[in-house]
Each structure stands twice: as C-alpha cells, then as structure tokens.
Ligand binder design. Structure first.
Ligand SMILES: *Cc1c(COP(=O)(O)O)cnc(C)c1O
Length: 403
C-alpha cells in the first residue's frame, strides 16, 4: 500500500491542477466521521460538500449499492430497469407532482433545466434565463454562464448567450431584466457556494407571482440545499411556493453520482424522444442508491432532524459573535450554516482541520458547515468546543482571555 507521501507525489505528477492540492488522504468514513491514512479521525462537517445527508456509508445505502452492483449496474435508457419510474414517482410525490429526468451531476441537471426552458420557449421567442448574482450552478459552459460570479467565468469566454443576472431578494432587479425574451428565472432557495444566503420568503412568493403574470418559468437549483438539508425536503418548500421545475444532485445518491430534474405539470411533457439524454442517467445502480437514501431520510425523520440540529448548532455559533472580535455573524438554514468572519476563512478551516474538525471556506470570509443530517447533539457540541479552541488560537489569545 502507498503511504501518504507517495499518494501525494503521484497526484502532483499526474492529476491536473484544477484543484488546490488537498492536505488529507482519507480512507474510511462512518456516519459523521472520516479517517485518514494514518488513522487520525475527523469530525466531518463537510460531508463531501453536502453529499452525505445520511452520513458516510449508511448501512442501508451501502447494502443497496452492494446488492445492485452484483446484479445489474448499467444498461442505458434503451431498456427499462426496475427502479427508474419508482424513483421518479417518489421525487414527484415529495414535490411538484410532475415528471423527472435523471443525469449524473448538478451541472448536468442545470443544463437540462436550461435546455428545458429553451425548448419550452422556442415557439414563443423566449430563450433568456435570469439567474442571481453570487449564485453557483456548475462548471459546464451553460451552467457556468448561469453562475452569477465572474471569478468562475474569467478566461472561458465566449459563454453561451442569453443569461442575465439579477440580485437575490430584490424583485425589482428581476423585473428590470424581464422582457419578451425571458424564458425562466433560476434561483437557489439558499445560496451555498455564495456563502449560505437564504432567499427570503417574500422574494420567493413574489417571484412565483411575477413568473405567473409574465408566463415565465420559475426554476430552483436544489443541488446543495435539497434532500432535507434546510429542514424541508426541498428548500423552496420553506416559502410554500412551487417552482415549475428544480434540479437535484449532491446528496441524492449519498455520494453515488446521480442528478435529476423534477418538474411540475406545466413543463412535465416538454421533452420528447430525442430532445435530451444521458448515457449513464438513471442506471439501476444510481437509482438504487437514491431510493435507499430517500428511504433512510424518511425512516429516520432526518428532515425534521435537520431543523432541530441546525437550531442547536446555530445557538452555539451565535455565542462566538461578541466573544471573538473576528466573528461577525451566523447564517443558517437548517443544517446549512455559515460563520461570517473578518479574516480569510481559509486560515480558520486550516486550524480546524489540525484540531480534527472539517469545514469549508466559502466566499472569502465565511466558514461553511454541512454536517450529515444524522449528526448527533453530542457531535454538534464537540464541534462547537473545537471551534471555540480554534477561534481562540486564531485570535492569538487563550480561551480564558477571550471570556
Ligand atoms: C455543487 C453545486 C452545483 C454543481 O454540481 P456538480 O455536481 O458539481 O456539477 C450546482 N448548483 C449548486 C447549488 C451546487 O451547490
């Protein structure tokens, strides 16, 4: 077996440099914990970037994947498999009551939403998509064009045409961009990569009304905030509105790649044979992983658990505001949390990693926490203690001095 130095050397020599070189080599995960190659254990509040809502290697998901892997992995959409319609029915009944399309990632799901908007609008002369500034929708060219942050786009121009950017929680900024060409508005119910920024209920409700008035599709990107994380199955459900369609990926297969779009009645039948496809989409293995994940979320009441655990964590984080002058605030929706600081967030996540707690910087000055929805109260308290120590160290004073 290779040691950690050899593993990093091979990575350095042969893997393209599009990621910052990681510091940890992880070999095992269970629930809220991961183990590195040297046996050190970490409390994982990253969860593969919001992909482990049921925790690492949940026994029921592992069993479903293992059994299906031994039975039938992939046959393509030239044939039915046992689970494709079942998974679509489940997602539909939890949300919009329409139909689904399956693919393999969040970006690919958003591409499908964009193609759906274009096809729906093609006879009406509508093709533009309005997305939000500070949003994140993926790295393929169209999802990148929808992403309202130039730092991800620079150097990749020309991007596909037809994308406009409005301000989240500002209906007037959307109104000013709407024209006869507008096909859809795309919004994250909680901006994840943008720094854990929830859309307000009034904004979501106003947007629904506006889209109805103007015959524009309302789309939500639920890739990060979906699957129970916000304390509702899907983030938009907090505002009581129904978009015309939404995208999913990340936690849908508990880390096994699967993306989806879920539609309501208005656009459920827009795609006809030949319009869109994905070779791996809805493979029996991916569908089994997703069905097992949905079952676990239901059986263990993880949607309610996300609200409850999120409140506990938030209350703990809020104590640091005031206690440490580098901590400026807390953002939160269920178990999506952000600690707003006034120095580079990367410095703090580095200290946290050394203290065995994994978290991710987002934006420049937000430390984001995306623990599994299965996280125990004791694990939240443990994370808060580690944070307390890390903040004290970051602040350059002992904990007693800070109190
Ligand atoms: C991660 C993410 C994506 C992109 O998903 P990939 O699977 O990396 O393509 C899209 N939208 C949101 C909101 C995300 O958080």
């Amino acid at each position: 077996m290779m040691n950690s130095t050899e593993i990093k050397e091979k990575y350095h020599n042969y893997v393209m440099s599009n990621y910052y070189p990681p510091s940890l080599v992880l070999v095992k995960g269970k629930g809220t914990r991961v183990w590195d190659i040297d046996g050190k254990v970490y409390l994982d509040f990253v969860g593969g970037i919001a992909c482990q809502n049921v925790g690492h290697c949940h026994p029921k998901v592992t069993e479903a994947i293992q059994q299906q892997a031994a039975k039938l992995v992939h046959v393509s959409n030239l044939y039915h498999n046992e689970y494709h319609g079942l998974l679509a029915e489940k997602l539909s009944s939890l949300s919009l009551g329409g139909k689904c399309f399956f693919c393999n990632s969040g970006a690919e799901a958003n591409e499908a939403l964009i193609k759906l908007a274009r096809l729906w609008g093609s006879d009406l002369g509508k093709y533009e998509v309005i997305s939000m500034k500070n949003s994140f929708h993926g790295r393929t060219l169209a999802s990148l064009a929808a992403t309202g942050q130039t730092k991800y786009q620079d150097g990749f121009e020309p991007l596909p045409d037809g994308f406009l950017y409005a301000e989240l929680n500002n209906l007037d900024s959307i109104k000013s961009l709407i024209s006869g060409r507008t096909a859809a508005v795309l919004v994250e119910a909680v901006q994840g990569e943008g720094g854990v920024i929830p859309a307000t209920l009034e904004f979501m409700q106003g947007l629904r009304t506006l889209c109805d008035e103007k015959n524009i599709l309302m789309f939500c990107d639920e890739v990060q905030c979906g699957m129970g994380r916000t304390g509702k199955w899907f983030g938009f459900q907090k505002s009581g509105v129904k978009p015309d369609a939404f995208s999913l990926a990340k936690s849908l297969g508990s880390g096994y790649p699967i993306g989806a779009i879920v539609t309501g009645p208005k656009v459920a039948d827009v795609f006809h044979p030949g319009h869109h496809a994905s070779t791996f989409g809805a493979s029996p293995l991916a569908c089994s992983a997703a069905l097992a994940t949905l079952r676990v979320i239901e059986e263990e009441n993880l949607v309610e658990r996300a609200s409850e655990a999120g409140r506990r964590f938030r209350t703990g984080l809020e104590k640091f505001v005031g206690q440490y002058e580098n901590v400026k605030g807390v953002r939160h929706s269920g178990l999506m949390l952000g600690l707003v600081v006034d120095k580079p967030a990367k410095e703090l996540t580095k200290i946290l990693t050394e203290m065995n707690l994994l978290a991710i910087p987002t934006g420049d000055t937000v430390v984001r926490f995306l623990p599994p929805l299965t996280v125990k109260d004791s694990e939240i308290d443990e994370a808060l203690e580690i944070l307390d120590d890390a903040l004290a160290q970051w602040h350059g004073v002992t904990k007693e001095d800070a109190e």
